[in-house]
Design a protein around this ligand. Structure first.
Ligand SMILES: [Zn+2]
Length: 154
């Protein structure tokens, strides 16, 4: 019966992957929308400042908005990276080309690729450390979920 068990496990993994990717893509779209709103807000603030003819330091005036955009951009970058990982790909740090996860060098620009552990790989390691045997899969799932949540909070 091993074959059928493996098969259903594979199917579940694929479904989870697709759901996760969809969730990440949604988050990217959401964050892009938020950034667009902040851009508008910055524009509005600067124009209002012009109308009021107040002598305000414009950079300071919109600094918080810019910081928010930094944060959202970082989140978009993280989501993109995770999607690549889900598809067994990664991004070259130098030329941003999509390359195979296991590549040691970028086929486009030749840049050496540093090992970067994914949340799943870290979970896997943690499981190994904790010596959780395969018949304890439920616990394994919980640890993985916790790690995923931690990653989301960042
Ligand atoms: Zn490259």
């Amino acid at each position: 019966m091993g074959f059928f068990n493996d098969l259903s496990k594979k199917t579940t993994e694929t479904t989870t992957k697709i759901a996760r990717e969809a969730k990440l893509k949604m988050k990217i779209t959401e964050n892009k929308g938020k950034i667009k709103n902040i851009y508008e807000e910055i524009g509005r603030k600067i124009y209002e400042n012009h109308v009021r003819e107040e002598n305000i330091d414009v950079n300071k005036f919109v600094n918080n908005d810019c910081l928010k955009i930094d944060e959202l951009s970082k989140e978009i970058e993280d989501s993109r990276k995770e999607i690549l990982v889900l598809n067994n790909k990664k991004m070259c740090k130098k030329c941003f080309a999509e390359i195979e996860k296991d590549s040691m060098f970028c086929p486009k620009c030749g840049e050496k690729q540093m090992e970067e552990k994914t949340v799943f790989e870290r979970a896997e390691e943690k499981l190994k450390e904790a010596d959780i045997s395969p018949n304890n899969e439920k616990e394994a799932e919980i640890v993985k979920k916790e790690l995923e949540q931690k990653n989301d909070e960042k």
